[in-house]
Write a protein that binds this ligand. Structure first.
Ligand code: SAM
Length: 254
C-alpha cells in the first residue's frame, strides 16, 4: 500500500505497477500520516517505509515535520509487535530528530542510522541524490511497545435542519473563517441554482494539518432547509468536516 499526496506521483506509480503486472500493490492519493492512523487497525502493519519526505527545515514549518510525536504514536499503534519502521532521507539532522522522537516514546528499540545503505530498490530521489554525491541516511527501528491512539474519523453523516435561513448572510459567507482547537474551516465560495432552492457551499477544512475541500449542500426540505455534505465530494468525516456543517447551519439559521 503506497501513499502520496501528489496525483502525478500516484499516476506514475500506477503506470509502473501496470507495466510490471503487479497484483499485490495499491496506491492512494492521501496524506500518509492520516491514512496510517485512520485506515489501519492496531497491530496490523508489518513494515512502514517513508522515502525522502520533505524535512521542512524552517522553524515556522516545523509543525509539518514527520518527526512530530503524533506520527510516531501512530506507528506505535498500527505496527504489529516486532514491526519495522524505516525512514530514508538525505538530511542527517532529520534522521536524528526522528530517532529522538522514537526514543521518547519508549516503544521502539534497535534504533540504528545506516549511512548509504545498499537497498535493493532505490527510489527516484534516492538515485537523484546519490548521483549528486549526497549521503543517504536510513533510520531503522523495531516496535516493542504498544501506543494507544484515538482515531478521529467516525461514522455518521453530519446533517441538520434549520427552519428559516438568512439568505443575505449566506451569500456574504465567502471568506469566512472559523477556528476551534485543531479545527479550521474556511468558506471558499457559495453557489445557488436559478430558483434559489439549492445552495452549494465550497468549504475548506483542516484538522491539525490534514486539509480537505468539499461542498456542503443546503436544500429546501418541507417547511425548512436541510444542511448536509453534498455527495459530489466525499471527504473523510473528520471533526472539522462535521463541525463545518453544524457551524454553517448555526450561522445562517434564524
Ligand atoms: C522528495 S519527494 C520523494 C518522492 C519519493 N518518495 C522518492 O523517494 O523518490 C517527497 C514526496 O512526498 C510527498 N508527500 C508530501 N507530504 C506527504 C504526505 N503527508 N503524505 C504522503 N506523501 C506526501 C510529495 O508529494 C512528494 O511526492
Amino acid at each position: 500500500m503506497g501513499f502520496d499526496t501528489s496525483l502525478t506521483s500516484v499516476e506514475k506509480t500506477l503506470t509502473k505497477l501496470e507495466k510490471l503486472r503487479l497484483q499485490n500493490a495499491r496506491v492512494a492519493r492521501v496524506d500518509g500520516r492520516f491514512a496510517l492512523r485512520e485506515l489501519f487497525a492496531d497491530n496490523s502493519v508489518e513494515h512502514v517505509i517513508v522515502n525522502f519526505p520533505c524535512p521542512w527545515p524552517k522553524k515556522r514549518h516545523s509543525r509539518r515535520r514527520l518527526t512530530r510525536e503524533d506520527f510516531v504514536e501512530t506507528l506505535g499503534a498500527v505496527l504489529e509487535p516486532g514491526g519495522i519502521f524505516e525512514l530514508a532521507t538525505d538530511v542527517e539532522w532529520f534522521a536524528r530528530e526522528m530517532a529522538e522522537t522514537l526514543k521518547k516514546t519508549r516503544s521502539f528499540s534497535k534504533l540504528a542510522i545506516i549511512t548509504n545503505p545498499d537497498r535493493p530498490l532505490k527510489t527516484r530521489y534516492e538515485r537523484k541524490w546519490l548521483s549528486q554525491g549526497r549521503t543517504i541516511y536510513l533510520l531503522k527501528a523495531e516496535k516493542t511497545g504498544h501506543i494507544h491512539i484515538e482515531r478521529t474519523v467516525t461514522g455518521g453523516l453530519p446533517h441538520t435542519k434549520i427552519k428559516k435561513m438568512d439568505i443575505k448572510k449566506l451569500t456574504q459567507m465567502k471568506g469566512q473563517i472559523w477556528q476551534e482547537g485543531e479545527k479550521v474551516v474556511v468558506i471558499k465560495d457559495v453557489y445557488h441554482d436559478l430558483d434559489q432552492k439549492n445552495w452549494l457551499v465550497l468549504t475548506y477544512s483542516s484538522d491539525s494539518d490534514f486539509q480537505q475541500h468539499y461542498y456542503i449542500l443546503i436544500t429546501k426540505k418541507g417547511d425548512g432547509f436541510l444542511v448536509k455534505l453534498d455527495s459530489t465530494t466525499v471527504p473523510f468525516r473528520t471533526p472539522a468536516v462535521k463541525w463545518s456543517v453544524f457551524r454553517l447551519a448555526e450561522e445562517i439559521g434564524v
